[in-house]
Design a protein. Structure first.
Length: 231
């Protein structure tokens, strides 16, 4: 229902009615299944469609914003920038967001482990990122590119509650795997630096997995097989 009505002003009541739940029960079940709220999921679908339209059409930013449910071009542009990491026009020109943040000045935590996969095309490049929610949106706290199955490592992690999100890197290769994903969390890291070991299982995508909103550079792929990189 969300995917078919991205341009409509969908309310929580509308979505709950379509699912035949009360809105309170619907919200609880939806968050348990997807890892994010119905509103955040709808926003991520809108941003995914906006990215597709910016890549494949010459429609104006205002027109694309309206088609995915935003009446204000400034609201749409701000939401797109926070989610994707670039303004709509910069995304249209470049199509990729830089993944970097300031180098840590204090001793911080590390998460490492192994990636296991039930998906085809083993050995393709995968992105492993740490986010405050269970969705690849905005700048990751830490990230690396590696291959699955295999080890991964995330360094320079500040105290907080985090989620590991793993998905294939779009290298443009015809046989590259685009039908797998993994999420793990929430993981709580305290003020005292620590080393956490967490194995992650990649699995086939489901229709209710949040789309990858953050725009990743294709130039990430040549990182393999060098050591993982921290943000």
């Amino acid at each position: 229902m969300m995917r078919s009505n991205l341009g409509d002003d969908l309310s929580l009541d509308d979505m709950a009615r379509a699912a035949m739940f009360s809105k309170f029960h619907f919200t609880r079940v939806f968050q348990k299944v997807t890892g994010i709220s119905p509103g955040r999921f709808l926003t991520s679908l809108r941003m995914e469609e906006a990215k597709r339209l910016l890549r494949s059409t010459t429609r104006t930013v205002a027109d694309i914003g309206t088609s995915v449910g935003y009446t204000s071009v400034s609201t749409f542009s701000g939401r797109f920038n926070r989610s994707v990491g670039l303004t709509p026009m910069a995304f249209r020109r470049r199509g990729e967001a830089p993944l970097s943040r300031a180098s840590p000045t204090a001793q911080l935590s590390t998460i490492s482990g192994r990636l296991h996969t039930l998906c085809a095309h083993d050995g393709d490049a995968v992105f492993v990122g740490l986010f405050p929610e269970s969705i690849a949106e905005g700048l990751p706290e830490s990230w690396t590119v590696t291959s699955a199955p295999g080890p991964y490592r995330l360094d320079g992690i500040r105290p907080g509650t985090w989620h590991i999100v793993v998905h294939p890197v779009d290298t443009g290769r015809p046989m590259a795997r685009h039908d797998c994903a993994a999420r793990s969390g929430p993981l709580v890291l305290h003020q005292r630096p620590s080393l956490r070991t967490i194995d992650v299982n990649l699995r086939p995508l489901r229709t209710f997995d949040p789309p990858v909103v953050l725009s990743l550079p294709r130039s990430l792929a040549p990182v393999l097989p060098s050591a993982p990189r921290a943000a």
